[in-house]
Each structure stands twice: as C-alpha cells, then as structure tokens.
Design a binder for this molecule. Structure first.
Ligand code: DC
Length: 232
C-alpha cells in the first residue's frame, strides 16, 4: 500500500454508527492523526455539568459562554489509545457516561460553542494527514476535505453496539434507554439550526450494518487509495 500525499478525511454520520471505530482503524493503518470531534463537544458538556450550567435539560447559555475561554481541550495518545484532557485532567471515560450523552446535543446546538470548537478543529487539520469524525466535518469544518465518508447503520444495529459497549464498561442501562438516547440525539443533531448533521454532497455513503470491522476498514482503504491517486 503506497499512500504519498497526506490528505484530510472527513467522516460524518449518526450517533453510534461506528464512525470513530473506522476513523481510529484508518488512522492507525495510514499513520494519520485521529480526532474525535464529538469528544470535544462532550468535554464542553462535562464542564457545563460540573459547573451547574445545565439544570433540568436546559443550558444557561450566558454562563457557559462566559466560561468557554476557561475550557482547554487536548488529545494525547497513551499506549496507542487516544485520551482527552479537559484543563489538564483526563476525562476519557467520564465523557461517555449517560449524563453527558443525555445533555451533549443541547450544548452542541449553541453557536458560540460550535464557533470555538470548529476553530480548534480547523487548526488541527492545517497540515493534512488527519481523520476527523463528527457531524459537520465534511460540510462545515473541512468542506474541501479530499475524502468525505458518510457512515450509516440501522438503528437496531447501532443500539446493540452502543448497549454492549456501555455494558462492557460496567454501565447499568437498558437497550430501550440506549435506543431512545440515540434517536433523540439524532433528531436534535439533524434538525438544529447551526451546522446540522447532513451528508455533504460529495460524501460517499458507507452503510456498515452488515459489515465486520475489518470489511469496513478494507472498503475505506480502497476509497482512500482511489482518492490519493487523484491528488498525487
Ligand atoms: O460522536 P458523539 O456521539 O460522541 O458526539 C456527541 C454529540 O456531539 C452528538 O450528539 C452531536 C455532537 N457533535 C456535533 O454536533 N458535531 C460534531 N462535529 C461532533 C459531535
């Protein structure tokens, strides 16, 4: 496999469709940098929860906006696993807890939050060689990305995957709760005013409902090879 120019790969899709898994696998194979942009929205949400800016499903936008400059997010790879830090504290596990998942969409809707995070995301991609996954990567963050993938899978498959992942991490949750959270987040993410989840016109759809992790990776590698040929 010969891949010379390091391109930008944007991966978007619904909640728990396997975007991050694909992005991580591809990044390892291609020796690219992987950025989970959803983790950044989760980090801001965690900060808002810790500071009581979220009460009964509502965000105190003014307080969060004032505090946003205090939020510093960093990624670091530790033993091959990407960790995320909020103001120098490792929050990798905490951002996956249900209280963060249940509130992240209402934080990700906010204009000032998106503005700050999109700026940081663009900086990370300025030298290419990056794979970023999220909801607006191909449409807003990197509209000129050389390769855009829109990953999808059926709601049942996505529910089962997330349910197993949460249970494996010792989190007590029912399938029903997982499914409801996915459906609700997808709805908020797709219908919000700013940067809604949308398939970019030039994105390639990758439905992985019936694919193994390896089959999905191989398919994506083929697409990368085709695209990089065009750019070399
Ligand atoms: O990928 P994830 O489920 O960890 O993302 C968490 C939330 O963040 C998701 O509900 C939508 C939001 N998000 C976003 O609005 N834009 C992105 N680029 C990435 C995530």
């Amino acid at each position: 496999m010969k891949i010379s120019k390091k391109i930008i790969i944007a991966i978007d899709g619904h909640s728990s469709c396997g975007k991050s898994t694909l992005a991580k696998d591809l990044a390892k194979k291609l020796e690219y940098t992987f950025v989970d942009s959803g983790a950044m929205y989760r980090a801001v949400t965690l900060h808002a929860i810790r500071n009581n800016f979220i009460q009964n499903g509502r965000v105190d936008e003014e307080k969060l906006e004032k505090a946003i400059s205090e939020i510093e997010i960093q990624f670091e790879s530790i033993n091959g696993i990407q960790h995320i830090f909020l103001n120098n504290k490792d929050i990798t596990d905490e951002i996956r807890l249900p209280n963060v998942s249940n509130n992240v969409s209402i934080v990700a809707k906010l204009k000032h939050v998106r503005k700050k995070l999109v700026q940081q995301q663009r900086k990370m991609g300025c030298y290419g060689g990056i794979i970023m996954d999220g909801r607006d990567i191909g449409t807003v963050v990197f509209p000129n990305a050389e390769l855009k993938l829109f990953v999808t899978a059926s709601t049942e498959v996505r529910t089962e995957r997330r349910f197993k992942e949460l249970r494996a991490n010792g989190i007590e949750i029912t399938r029903e709760e997982v499914k409801n959270n996915l459906i609700e987040r997808d709805h908020i993410d797709s219908t919000r005013e700013i940067s809604p989840l949308m398939q970019a016109k030039d994105a390639i759809i990758l439905d992985n409902s019936e694919l193994t992790r390896l089959q999905q990776l191989e398919l994506a590698i083929d697409l990368v090879n085709k695209r990089t040929k065009d750019f070399n």
